[in-house]
Design a protein. Structure first.
Length: 446
């Protein structure tokens, strides 16, 4: 079958205003950063009610979750108008300068099902489906977008700095006999490096809410429902695959190519039946029968030397050695971990209305507050959390348990609904980029 490639030149947007200086946010402390810029998609597109969507979630299903892909001093986000259905109306991928908030280019983003956040060859890769499945790229500098139709039924895509990875196949057939394949290649040939059948299956509804395909440090993980397979990313060689009687309710591929796996009861799927750690070769490093699964709101870790949490204990990710056990990180049958940032665990116990910081490497308490914070975690960077309680942004120091600063939303935008729904944040330099589904702002030191 001959692939069809279409190329769309981006609409180049010249800044219609000079970058402004950082402005102090009224009524805030000296520690509070100032407002460097503000990006309003409704104003930019001249479309009332236009909103922002995370490119990693695509444009075909309007999740209402804002987000962006930050690469260098540029970030990419999707903007479009809400509809009565699931898809955004006339969605566009927008490149914004992270320093001053000016739009650099926009390009069509229709029918996208998801995008990888790791650039490959200076491009962001996505996949789409309209009449046929497509591989889509966006040049980060120019905004030129290419679409290539493919015969495969694609439901997973990721990239590293070296290769494109695709998961595809017919899931209806895979229940009776596996028809799931993983490929490694390029835009022009998705199997240029290798193509490998994977002995897992499920249904299309099993794809919802999970990362179907991830690759980290030479190891890949493909998941469909409660089944998964670990593979060598360079060769495609399977390392481990779920068999009969094994149902995986949660799995994450961690830095270093280690997989943290939580199994559930295959009949009810409601209870944890065991947890384990797999090395980059697929072999089990350690197991625990703990029935308590940690499900933090946010994990921000990129150090391959940090321990892995399973239940109430931490394990060395290289050897599987038990490092420490601390019963305080569980509350009854539930995990109490709210966030893991760098080498710090943040606990929020709603039963006692208290907050605690735990050192991830030692398991020892760093601090304890009898009054709990009320914000939802939006993002993290270094030792800091950025939170949103619906009325203000708060920066919170995880190593000391203290609030660094608070900025009321009404001091940033006059309309209180501007930041009412959706939240995403990422550290940028000494400040932050923060987004609701209606507005994106840059915060920088004064």
């Amino acid at each position: 079958m001959t692939a069809v490639v279409t190329v769309s030149a981006a609409a180049i947007v010249l800044a219609d205003r000079a970058p402004t200086s950082v402005k102090k946010i009224t009524g805030t402390s000296e520690e509070t950063p100032g407002l460097a810029w503000s990006f309003d998609p409704a104003e930019y597109l001249d479309r009332p009610f236009a909103g922002l969507t995370d490119p990693r979630l695509g444009s075909s299903f309007n999740s209402g979750e804002p987000g962006f892909i930050l690469t260098g001093d540029t970030f990419l986000t999707i903007a479009g108008s809400p509809t009565e259905g699931l898809a955004l109306d006339k969605p566009v991928m927008i490149s914004v300068d992270a320093k001053d908030g000016t739009a650099r280019w926009q390009a069509p983003a229709h029918d996208l099902l998801g995008c990888s956040d790791i650039p490959l060859g200076g491009k962001i890769y996505c996949y789409a489906m309209s009449d046929k499945y497509e591989i889509v790229t966006y040049d980060i500098d120019s905004g030129v977008s290419e679409r290539r139709t493919v015969p495969e039924s694609v439901y997973g895509l990721t990239t590293t700095s070296d290769a494109l990875y695709i998961a595809e196949g017919s899931l209806e057939e895979s229940v009776e006999g596996s028809d799931v394949r993983v490929h490694s290649g390029t835009f022009d040939n998705i199997s240029a490096n290798w193509s490998q059948p994977v002995d897992i299956g499920g249904y299309y509804e099993d794809l919802y809410g999970i990362d179907v395909l991830t690759v980290t440090d030479g190891v890949g993980l493909v998941r469909i429902g409660n089944q998964m397979a670990q593979f060598d990313a360079e060769s495609g060689t399977p390392l481990w695959t779920t068999g009969d009687g094994v149902c995986v309710s949660q799995a994450s591929l961690e830095p270093g190519g280690v997989v943290a796996q939580i199994n559930s009861d295959c009949d009810s799927y409601n209870s944890v039946s065991g947890q384990l750690l797999r090395g980059p070769d697929g072999k089990v490093l350690t197991t625990t029968d703990s029935a308590t699964a940690q499900r933090p709101m946010l994990e921000h870790r990129d150090d391959a030397g940090e321990p892995i949490l399973l239940g109430d204990s931490a394990y060395d990710r290289s050897s599987g050695e038990l490092l420490w056990t601390n019963p305080s990180i569980v509350s009854g049958s539930q995990g109490a971990v709210t966030a893991i940032v760098g080498d710090t665990i943040y606990l929020r116990d709603t039963n006692t209305q208290s907050d605690t910081g735990i050192d991830l490497r030692t398991g020892k308490q760093l601090w304890h507050n009898d009054a709990t914070q009320t914000f939802d975690v939006a993002g993290a960077g270094g030792r800091m959390l950025l939170g949103n309680d619906g009325t203000a942004l708060t920066e919170f120091d995880l190593r000391t348990g203290s609030v660094v600063w608070t900025a009321p939303f009404t001091s940033i935008a006059s309309d209180p609904e501007t930041f009412a729904t959706g939240r995403a944040a990422q550290r940028y330099g000494d400040g932050w980029i923060y987004s609701s589904d209606r507005r994106m702002i840059g915060l920088a030191p004064l």
